[in-house]
Design a protein around this ligand. Structure first.
Ligand code: URA
Length: 245
């Protein structure tokens, strides 16, 4: 069961706000009856009409992918490179899914894909503070002072400081001269982690997103994906509820 305004917006008839207005104005019918209540729930068997025209309900799908490097996280690429959509089975592509946010071409790890515009908007809105955890293999030995600097926040462009939620030192590999860090951020600025590491004078050798909110890569091989479970979708929605002011 889904809220009527979401189903109307999901069918690409109009925005959710417009759908709400249509419902209030008495322009929407469910199974032949005018419905003016916004909270009304419908399912796929219900016949929904807007201004007398039946809408085609779209099923929402949600996938958790373990993205490999060398793949772009867009639906198509002007340079003809392989996209995350190419990694989906043809049947799973039919419902026009797209990635929730982006991972760089050279970044691997957890990427959500869906055709649910409402959830995408909520998850990518900075207000909702969704945590993303990255394993970062850094070239060179990152000294303690620089880790402290990173924790306090670094300037990565003209704007605000990029302040991570957490930075942990996982490994100092003296032999190969590299450092393994876990960095948790809740923003999603362009190339944020790479630029944070550059701001302390180092370079990222390898970047993997290992967590998105409560979701991890457990059981999902690199290059494959699984559908989200109902309770996981509900939990993501629950973490992005609109706060009433
Ligand atoms: N930060 C980056 O620098 N790249 C990514 O792909 C994700 C976060």
């Amino acid at each position: 069961m889904e809220r009527l305004q979401k189903v109307i917006a999901g069918a690409n008839v109009c925005s959710r706000r417009k759908a709400e207005a249509y419902i209030r104005e008495g322009r929407v019918k469910v199974n032949g009856n005018v419905v003016t209540e916004l909270g009304t729930k419908v399912d796929v068997s219900d016949v929904i009409e807007v201004d007398g025209k039946r809408i085609k309900q779209v099923l929402n799908v949600y996938y958790l992918m373990n993205k490999p490097t060398g793949v772009v996280s867009t639906t198509d690429d002007e340079k003809g490179r392989k996209t995350v959509i190419d990694l989906l089975d043809p049947a799973d592509r039919e419902l026009r899914v797209y990635p929730v946010g982006r991972l760089d071409f050279d970044t691997a790890g957890l990427l959500l894909l869906t055709n649910d515009g409402e959830l995408t908007e909520r998850l990518t809105h900075p207000r909702h503070d969704i945590e993303k955890e990255y394993l970062v293999r850094v070239d060179g030995i990152v000294i303690r002072n620089l880790i402290r600097t990173l924790r306090k926040g670094v300037k990565i462009d003209e704007g605000r400081l990029a302040v991570p939620k957490n930075v942990s030192l996982l490994e100092l590999d003296k032999k190969n001269q590299s450092t393994l860090l876990s960095i948790v951020i809740s923003e999603g600025r362009n190339k944020q982690v790479r630029r944070m590491i550059e701001a302390i004078g180092h370079q990222v050798k390898k970047l993997t997103r290992v967590r998105y909110d409560f979701l991890t890569l457990e059981g999902v091989e690199r290059g494959s994906y699984r559908p989200l479970k109902i309770h996981e979708i509900k939990r993501l929605y629950g973490h992005t509820v609109e706060k009433k002011s």
